[in-house]
Every structure is written in structure tokens, then in C-alpha cells.
Design a binder for this molecule. Structure first.
Ligand code: GTP
Length: 534
């Protein structure tokens, strides 16, 4: 896998880890803060409902307690006291003073009902009505408020009642106040725009619903009461409850004097959905930021690491392929980077430069060798014919320009064929090699000696005239003739000498030397013939 892919892979993993970590953190924080604020909202609604109920109920309870304490209310049942008008007047005044009072009335053990503006249905017996029974049950205390349907209108009412007792504690009757449930629900049952599933309800000490927006539920037992009841003693609190197969977030306040519990409940789904949505948005934002960051990092890494590394890789390939030998260091900006890549690059450049130096040295050596080989006769180590031609051209040009002279001496081994034939080619080779060494050792360094053909040699004597050349030629001839070659007979050479004349070209000069050699051969061999080009 390429470095770039590996880097991207690792960055992706890092990004995912960041998203998971930050996302979890953000989710936990958002979940708890969202839940806390939702709970605070529900708690405030619950408090407001409780305050409202308290404010609504308390004056009614006070009126009932006040009436139950009055003798004339109790005594209204007596047969000698038939003046109901005073009592009815009091009821009216109290009702006018408090518009929340729907009915205010007293009922007596003899079955009589004292009430304003209400005609009971035929056969009506107050002693079997729920408010009467509740008052008797609670006596002498105030009954906690019970819900019941008004017998004629079928409206839901909440009744607060208290028994009327004589001095001996005998039951005389019950005084009661009815409040309309609707009036309370108008306030505490109002729809809430922030939580559409929010609802307030009031429960009595047995979990019966006293106030609820749905009339049908009033008087029934609250479905979550079993779970809520153990907590009611704590005064207030909150918990999740399963009601109607849905989970609700429930906040409650227990109203001690009434022994009522004011409940505010919101469906959990409605609380959690906005929180979840906010978490989702935040995680998306975190994801976007993380992706942007990793993209930026990937770009940065690519620009500062992967890019230079690729250049470096290419450079190394070039070095390996030998392409780098033709380049200078300046063409590679990597070496100027002030980091590890720059250091590696510098090292590569140094190695390349080193290799380049050695390659050049080797090349020079090889070139020199090649040049030498191209100029040298491999058997004798003397100049070859090609090199001698160059030398001749050079000398000829020089002489033409500076008015000097030179001499050519062409010589050939006599009867060399016989040596080969008699002793073999390898012996012939040895003779040629020994003769070459001998001649080379006899002439000046400035003289050029070449193997001109098979057993034929040419010597160029610069700045030499014919007379001087004759002397050298004779010395060479004599030395060869006297030398003991690896053959059992003397080896001699025939020599042709020719001096350069201003009117002679090189070709003519060579032909002339060859002619003199031929003359020497035909003249009996082992001799020297001299002459110019004519
Ligand atoms: N061993 C050996 N023989 C060579 C070499 N070059 C030429 N020869 C031989 O030299 C001989 C020259 O023979 P010829 O040209 O007939 O001349 P010669 O026998 O020397 O007779 P003259 O020159 O007339 O005295 C030939 O047989 C060539 O094969 C060489 O490098 N090594």
C-alpha cells in the first residue's frame, strides 16, 4: 500500500475515533442538559398548577370550615327553628364573594336540603349523596374534596364537606361547597405549545383523578398511581411512568393539607425527540469539523511529506537507472528541505555525486585505454598505422608552416616468411616483438615508431635531415643484424629512407620511402637505400 493511502487510512481512523469520542461526549452532555432543562420546564408547570389549585381550593375549604363551626348552621335542622332565610342569605353572600363557589349548601339528617337557586329532583335524598357520605366519613374533619357528577346537569364537581355535630357529638347534617371542575381545568388544563402531550391532573389520597382535561377520567383511578404512591410522601419529585402503554415523564407535588397530589406529565418521546435531534445535529457538526480537519491534515501531509517523498522516490529511481548522472544537484529542490527528507535527499545527492565522480574517473580511464588501444599496435606496443598517419599529418603540417624538415624511414624484415614457415608463427611474432623493442629503445622519445604492416615498420624523425637519418638507420640495421633473436640465424632488415622536400606531399613521400625499401630489397637486403621522392 502506498504511503499516501496508509496516511489517509490512518487519518480516517483518527477522524472516526475523534468523532466517536467527541460525539459521545457531546451526546452525553446534550442528553443530560436537555433532560435537565425539560425537567425544569415540567417542574415549573407542575409548581404553577399546584399554586393555582391551592389558590382555588383554600378559600373554599375555609368557607366550609367557617360554616361548620357556626351554631345556627347546625341548628337549622331543629323543628322550632325554621328560619332558613338567614342561612340562605349567608350562602348567597359567600357565593357572591367567591365566584369559584358553584353551590354552597347544607343538608340535614332529616333529609332536608338548604340551598339557593336549586330545585332537587323528585325523590332526592341528600344523605346518600357522595359529598354527604364523604363529610360523614371524614367527621369531624373537613373531607378532602371528592369528585362527583351533579345529579341534574351531569357536570363534574368537586365537593368539600364537613359534618355538623351537636354538643353531644351527634350527627346533625353536612355543610358543603361544590366547585366546578371545568373552571379549574380552564387554567391548569390549557394546552402548552412547548409540549403538546403535557397535561396536569390532580389526584386524591387514593389516586382517584379529581381534575383532568378529559371528563371521562375524573373519578377513575390514575393508572400510574401504584408507582407514584410510594413517592408521594416525599412531597415532590419526578419519575418515568408507564401509562396507557406509553412512557411519561411525571413531575408531582403533594399538597399536604388537601392530601392531594398535583401531577404534570409529558410523554417521554416528546421530551427526548428534540434532545436526540439536537444530538444528531451536533454529531453531524462534529463529523463535518473532523472531516474538514482530517482533509486539511491529509492535504498538508501530502504537500509536506508524501509529495517530497514521491519526488525522492523518483530521484532514487533515476539514480538507480543512471539517469541522475546527467543532472546537477540544483535540479533537485528536495535537498534544500530543512527536514529528514531533505537530509536523506542530501545523502542521496552526495552518494550520486560520489558515484558520478567515480564513474567519470572510470570513464576517463576507459577512454584513455580506448584511445591507447586505438593508437597502439597490440603485439608490439608501438604506434599503429592509424596513429602514425595522424603523426605524419601533424608533422607535415608543422613542417609546411615552420619551414623545417623530417625524414621517413621504412624498413621490413628480410625473408620473414621463412622464419614463419620454419619456426612457426608464434616464433615470427616473438621476432617482431623483440625487434620492435630494440628499435624503440634506439630512437629518441620525439621520434615516432610504428608498425606499418605485418613485418614492416615506419619511423618518423622530426627535425632530422637525410644524413643524420642515415646514421641512425645504419645503427638500427647493424643492431638488428647483431641481435640474437629466438631463431638460429641472423635477422636482418632492409631500409628505405626519404627526406621531406617542400614540393613533396605526404603520399609522395611515403611512396618514395617504399621505393627505396624496394630498392634495398632488390639490392640484396640488409641494406639502406636513400633518396627523395623523384
Ligand atoms: N609471425 C608473423 N608473421 C607475419 C606477421 N605479419 C606478416 N607476417 C608474415 O610475414 C611474411 C612476409 O613475407 P613476404 O612479404 O613474402 O616477405 P619476406 O618473406 O619477408 O621476404 P622479403 O620481404 O622479400 O625479404 C608473410 O608470410 C606474412 O604472413 C606477423 O604479425 N607475425
Amino acid at each position: 500500500m502506498s504511503l499516501q493511502k496508509t496516511l489517509f487510512g490512518k487519518l480516517l481512523l483518527l477522524t472516526l475515533a475523534m468523532v466517536i469520542l467527541l460525539g459521545s461526549l457531546v451526546s452525553v452532555v446534550l442528553y443530560h442538559s436537555g433532560l435537565d432543562s425539560a425537567q425544569a420546564v415540567i417542574r415549573n408547570k407542575n409548581l404553577a398548577a399546584a399554586h393555582h389549585i391551592r389558590g382555588y381550593v383554600q378559600p373554599l375549604r375555609s368557607v366550609v370550615q367557617y360554616l361548620a363551626a357556626k351554631d345556627f348552621v347546625r341548628e337549622a335542622m331543629d323543628t322550632d327553628y325554621r328560619d332558613e332565610s338567614r342561612l340562605l342569605e349567608l350562602f348567597r353572600v359567600l357565593q357572591d364573594a367567591n365566584p369559584t363557589i358553584h353551590f354552597i349548601f347544607a343538608a340535614y339528617e332529616d333529609g332536608r336540603l338548604v340551598i339557593n337557586d336549586y330545585v332537587p329532583p323528585p325523590g332526592f335524598d341528600p344523605r346518600v349523596r357522595p359529598w354527604y357520605e364523604a363529610g360523614v366519613r371524614a367527621g369531624p374533619a373537613l373531607s378532602g374534596g371528592i369528585p362527583y357528577r351533579e345529579i341534574k346537569s351531569d357536570e363534574w364537581l368537586v365537593s368539600f364537606s364537613q359534618v355538623l355535630l351537636d354538643e353531644d357529638g351527634g350527627l346533625r347534617g353536612v355543610v358543603a361547597i361544590d366547585a366546578l371542575v371545568d373552571a379549574v381545568m380552564e387554567v391548569i388544563g390549557a394546552r402548552d405549545p412547548s409540549f403538546t402531550t403535557a397535561r396536569n391532573l390532580v389526584l386524591d389520597h387514593e389516586g382517584r383523578i379529581l381534575f383532568h382535561a378529559q371528563d371521562g377520567l375524573i373519578g377513575t383511578r390514575f393508572a400510574g398511581w401504584d408507582s407514584l404512591a410510594p413517592m408521594v410522601g416525599e412531597g415532590s419529585g419526578q419519575r418515568f411512568l408507564e401509562v396507557d402503554q406509553r412512557t411519561w415523564m411525571v413531575q408531582f407535588i403533594h399538597e399536604e393539607p388537601l392530601n392531594w397530589t398535583v401531577v404534570t406529565m409529558v410523554e417521554k418521546r416528546e421530551v427526548l425527540l428534540p434532545i436526540m435531534w439536537r444530538i444528531l445535529q451536533s454529531v453531524a457538526v462534529v463529523l463535518c469539523i473532523a472531516l474538514l480537519l482530517s482533509a486539511f491534515m491529509a492535504r498538508n501531509l501530502s504537500a509536506h511529506i508524501v509529495g517530497p517523498l514521491r519526488l525522492l522516490e523518483q530521484r532514487v529511481r533515476d539514480v538507480v537507472d543512471g539517469k541522475a548522472l546527467g543532472q546537477t544537484r540544483k535540479s533537485v529542490p528536495l535537498a534544500e528541505l530543512k527536514n529528514e527528507i531533505g537530509t536523506i535527499s542530501q545523502a542521496i545527492e552526495a552518494v550520486t555525486e560520489h558515484a558520478l565522480y567515480h564513474k567519470n574517473q572510470e570513464l576517463q580511464r576507459n577512454n584513455a585505454l580506448l584511445e591507447r588501444l586505438s593508437q597502439t599496435d597490440s603485439m608490439t606496443g608501438l604506434m599503429n598505422r592509424r596513429k602514425m598517419n595522424e603523426q605524419l599529418e601533424q608533422e607535415y603540417s608543422r613542417v609546411c608552416r615552420y619551414q623545417g624538415t623530417f625524414v621517413l624511414m621504412l624498413f621490413d624484415i628480410d625473408h620473414f616468411k621463412q622464419i614463419n614457415d620454419t619456426h612457426g608463427h608464434h616464433v615470427g611474432d616473438l621476432v617482431i616483438q623483440e625487434l620492435a623493442a630494440l628499435v624503440r629503445g634506439m630512437v629518441r622519445a620525439t621520434d615516432s615508431v610504428a608498425r606499418w604492416g605485418g613485418e614492416e615498420f615506419l619511423i618518423l624523425f622530426p627535425e632530422t635531415d637525410q644524413a643524420a637519418a642515415m646514421v641512425i638507420a645504419e645503427k638500427i640495421r647493424a643492431a638488428i643484424a647483431a641481435h640474437r633473436f629466438p631463431v638460429p640465424r641472423p635477422v636482418t632488415v632492409s631500409i628505405g629512407i626519404c627526406q621531406h622536400r617542400p614540393d613533396t606531399n605526404l603520399q609522395e613521400l611515403l611512396i618514395a620511402a617504399d621505393k627505396r625499401l624496394y630498392q634495398a630489397k632488390s639490392g640484396g637486403r640488409n641494406r639502406i637505400c636513400v633518396g627523395d621522392s623523384e
